[in-house]
Ligand binder design. Sequence first.
Ligand code: IMP
Ligand code: MG
Length: 193
Amino acid sequence: MKMNRYGNVNARPDGIVEILITQEAIERRIAEMGKEIASAYRDCLPLLVGVLKGCVVFMSDLVKRIDIPLEMDFISVMSYAGVQSPGGAARITKDLDTVIEGRDVLLVEGIVDTGMTAGYILRNLQARAPRSLRVCTLLDKEVRRIVSIPISFRGFKVPDRFVVGYGLDYRQLYRNLPCIGILSDEIIGLDRS
Ligand code: IMP
Ligand code: MG
């Protein structure tokens, strides 16, 4: 079989020690999530707010599986590294283009880890008085949670390992991996030195 670095789900790409979730499993789960979301927002026009950049691959597949009218917008935040306080300091580097007062907003994340990022964004968006505000994430690294986040739509729980692919990066790489893989400690270790 032809090996390539990213595309072949049967071959482990460079730096990946284990394929945790295959492309097929992700696609199946996203189809189910699309149905759940469509049924939850049947009577309104939801605004899906993606958290850049980790949301991009997931969100673009997800919206194609939601068969009701919807709108999309994006937000980008920078967390201050090393800040450990719950809900720690962060700032918005790209804000919404949409006024969300009175809107039904669904925040779309690639992964919720400690919950600090999602917690910060939720507080910020809540202050703009949306009619409803819920969270959808492809991955939930629940064991690491510091800030409690109510997740309405979740793709998969993942263990406390550094995962990449399907939009999630390590130093901006691996976002285009079509599955979710566990990155080798060696790669992370190499970069620490
Ligand atoms: P938080 O700890 O929930 O605030 O997550 C902050 C951000 O860290 C997430 O939005 C991701 O961008 C990133 N992150 C956390 N865990 C992982 C991982 O396992 N792989 C890739 N990115 C991650
Ligand atoms: Mg990242």
